[in-house]
Design a binder for this molecule. Sequence first.
Ligand code: FAD
Length: 446
Amino acid sequence: MDYSQFIAELGQIETITNPSQVAKLSEDYFKFSPVLTQQLTGKVGDLVVRPNNEAEVLQIARACVKHRIPITVRGSGTGNYGQAVPLQGGVILDTSKMQKIHWLKPGLAFVEPGLKLGNLDKQARQIGWESRMVPSTVRTATVGGFIAGGSGGIGSILYGQLRDRGNLKAVRVVTLEDEPRVIELRGDRVQKVNHAYGVNGIITALEIPLAPAYAWAECIVAFTDFMAAAHFGQALATSDGMIKKLVSVHADPIPTFFIPLREYIPPQAHIALVLVAESDLESFKVLVAEHGGDLCYEKDAQAASKGTSLVEFSWNHTTLHARSVDPALTYLQSGFPADPDLKLVQHMHEHFGDEVIMHLEFVRSAGEVVPGAIQIVRFTDCDRLDQIIKYHEENGVFIANPHTYILEDGGMKQVNREQLEFKQMVDPYGLMNPGKMRAWFEQSGK
Ligand code: FAD
């Protein structure tokens, strides 16, 4: 397709047509999955546009509708499931120039979508607040990308997941109707676009709740037995008197993948990575001793803010480090049922051994502490991966499959009618991130 007329209609808005730059901005981190690598490698957009503000987003939307050009929004491209990969070419709308904080007050921030989560935290901390939860990609990921493509992370042990009522207050979205407009969604209506991969609106502003900022100490506790580490994680996660932001438990040999941390961790150790309020360190150490742990790494908040944070070894950064040692490794995302005895965790750990290496992330869900897991998998072939998933599901473990780019086939498992109906209204031509929403493409063929 000849884009010259389209580009002319965008006026001063930055466009990128250089094929290698466009190809780079068409990728995300889907290569963590051998399945997605096969399906998505080589899928590229035709050009990239970089609006400065909502008015320019409206202008781009208008031109896309007029020329019926597909449009895929991109924050920082750190998503893991090819969410930001354009399956049918077209325009990539890169939000990196939309980084404004409109306002910030105790408990709330109103920001543009391209703001980096780390920058939001830096500013919020100046008034004693911080994000309730961030992904381990906090330094690079955007607020809009986290809402549209993420699920939770560091902080989820206190505040639950992004989908929980209250964790997103309001959004403004630009539509792809014949005459594009801005719609503001507040309260429960935000769920129409929350974790929808940008298939039903371009988010141009978000009202995000904040949490009181603590001085977070960073610690590693080593154990000689995996279940001892897991029980320690469970005990810390359920200790209501101790404020913590991260309880991340790793079976041996995962710690050996953490090259920058190797000097601190004893050989063959199973470890817990912890962010705990500095003011709770004394009681934390009592819990460590009670569970026979070895506190092999401890940094106060000031020291921790200088080097690489333990955050960047947790959540899906664990997979990043594992793959940098052995690129054949991949991962699973699971939710285990709440169980003080962690029986199912123990069963899976023993059943799969070194093939599915246990990595737990404790989170709060519906008022309970549950062990989420992002296990490291030694990949052999797709059939075996399916068998592993099936075995977990048959035994009561929820799998949010990270080896699919289809919205419903990941964690959702069913058609989200509310999101589908909103798409029918705001994207009648099916231009937004086509191919990602099963309910839409099965009904419309696009
Ligand atoms: P992108 O990848 O650019 O986009 C994600 C999705 O959002 C895409 O579908 C895109 O089209 C859509 N989108 C982006 N901006 C908009 C907008 N303005 N309007 C509409 N749609 C939009 N995720 C977690 O939840 N928790 C983790 O702890 C975590 N850890 C990770 C660790 C590693 C090493 C990696 C590679 C990924 C991890 N992720 C995690 C996934 C990802 O980093 C996060 O979800 C991140 O917040 C995505 O932000 P982004 O700006 O990179 O979004």
